[in-house]
Design a protein around this ligand. Structure first.
Ligand SMILES: [Zn+2]
Ligand SMILES: [Zn+2]
Length: 222
């Protein structure tokens, strides 16, 4: 099976609980969560809506196709993804404490120009410390303030705005977003400019180590 459609094949399964535990992390009636095959941080999962009526496979291709559906239907799908992401976040937070002795931020959002078919919500820890994070494109696609990564909470807020704003935001044209991936490298946390990927990766590791030291000291003082 090609990488392009593998998520879709999971989302169509009637019994996703039969997926191997190396792939499936969690599953509910409406969604399933899989491990990202190329994790860009210590914790990185994909939450997928399961294909069920009234939604068709093609409507669930990506965020753009979903937002073209009836607004109520689209919102319900995003709400289901949000609920599943909340439980995944709780599991990650427990694991953070158990394994590392502190907790750090987790981001939940979409890529506007995804590389795989079938809508998938990224749930990713903010360390971005992973050997699989190799290119500027990888990094910029998860930078939380650059404008490429679309936080789920922002997408949900479009539904409360007026129709023209909703329509403008839901266009999600690749040409509007792809240039952002080429922006100069800068640390998402302190804003410092970074010369290249090795420098950035080293800096991200230091940021995360520093956060860990501070957090653990704070917990110890309690
Ligand atoms: Zn993706
Ligand atoms: Zn920094």
């Amino acid at each position: 099976m090609s990488n392009l459609t593998i998520l879709r094949s999971y989302a169509r399964m009637t019994k996703p609980e039969n997926l191997p535990p190396a792939i499936l992390f969690n599953c509910s009636e409406t969604c399933l969560t899989v491990f990202d095959a190329f994790p860009k941080a210590i914790f990185h999962f994909l939450v997928l809506p399961r294909v069920r009526p009234p939604l068709s496979v093609s409507e669930l291709t990506d965020l753009r196709s979903l937002l073209k559906c009836e607004r109520k239907t689209a919102r319900a799908v995003l709400q289901d993804l949000n609920d599943e992401a909340d439980s995944v976040k709780k599991m990650i937070q427990e694991e953070m404490l158990n394994r590392y002795g502190f907790q750090w931020q987790i981001w939940v959002g979409f890529h506007p120009a995804p590389s795989m078919e079938h809508l998938h919500l990224h749930v990713i820890s903010s360390d971005l410390c992973s050997p699989k994070l190799k290119t500027k494109k990888h990094y910029n696609s998860f930078h939380p303030k650059l404008g490429f990564f679309q936080h789920l909470s922002d997408v949900l807020s479009w539904f409360d705005a007026d129709q023209s704003y909703f329509e403008m935001m839901s266009q999600l044209r690749k040409i509007d977003y792809e240039p952002l991936l080429k922006e100069d490298l800068a640390c998402w946390k302190c804003g410092r400019a970074m010369r290249n990927m090795p420098t950035l990766k080293e800096h991200l590791q230091e940021e995360w180590d520093g956060e860990g030291r501070k957090e653990k000291a704070r917990i110890a003082r309690k």
